[in-house]
Design a protein around this ligand. Sequence first.
Ligand SMILES: [Zn+2]
Length: 399
Amino acid sequence: MRKISANYVFPISGKPIKNGIVCLNSDNVIVDIINPGDSFREVQNLERYSGIITPGFVNAHCHLELSHLKGVVSKDTGMAGFISEIGQFRDSYSADDIQKSIKWADNLMQSRGIVAVGDVVNSTDSISIKKTSQLFYHSFVELFGQNPQLASHIISEGIKIKQSFSDAGLVSSIVPHAPYSVSPELFQEINKVVSNDTISSIHIKESNQEEQLFKDKKGELFSFCKAMYNNVELNIGKTTDSLDYISQFLSTDINLLLVHAVFLTSEKLKQLFNTYNQNKIFVVLCPLSNKYIGNNIFNLDDLLTVTSNICIGTDSLASNTDLSILSEIIELSNVFPEVSLEQLLSFATINGARALNIDSLFGSIEKGKKPGLNLIQGVNLLNFNLSASSKVTPLIKSY
Ligand SMILES: [Zn+2]
């Protein structure tokens, strides 16, 4: 049995434990959590660290498939520019280069203390790495298309990809890309393949260009989409808000991850709660990706007035320089210093685990769970503040 201790253990399921000791069996399952009180005492075979211990991190939004675009896409392009550059560069690499960079990104996440990932896919490229990875993956097979005539073809291609994941023993679900890229017909096709255990995820309210596209039916993203779909009128009806647009098509009793949510307000979210099971809606924030693309930052304080279901995503290496959940919450703590470390860590662990339906194993330090353990150093232990020099070392990586 391993016994691991640090200045504080943050179990997430309860208050921080000073000098707490986490006991694990040889399968890395937690068998006990000891609270020694103020007086730290020597225990046989104790591994003692300076810093705080947390559960492994959950990355609720990534695109492993885009890892080869690290440093390739320009910064501050805005949304249309970003999508355009991805399209321009995505396919100009060999299959071997793509595999190598997926493997590299998978290793990078492990070294950053991530144990589980919600990963968006458009192909089967990531299957071979995911099959042997120590990380848990839920893959979101992402579909897009504005042409109603192509909806049935697009869904059948998506079903084939999902089947390849299932054949490899990997969990996946079919999801829409974003409000401006999915026609009502394609939404309806996606709904037909939804079952109780489906988890849905969508990029939403990510940029002011998306807001403008819906509100004024113009702007850079509007023109970009029109050109991409051969000048066909965008099939978004008269709706002036992207959340209103998707609300018409949502299956209301499955986990739904609203990714980015830069322009999401508490008022808008509350409206959605009228028709959708509030506990199943998760807002996934990707602050460093927003910064990279040149999008604004969300209003976290406002969102927290109506929900605590906030998760963290790194997005892909096409719009981030690292895949580090710790770096994302350090950024949050800089912009929103009033949010406590306990709360930031719940975003980084249990909330993502609940969103991905894996909280029976992941997300908190509790008996019977196998969440992985991280040591975070460079935390001010008097006021529990993170700083730019905070760093994470995974102590237990595997689940
Ligand atoms: Zn994304």
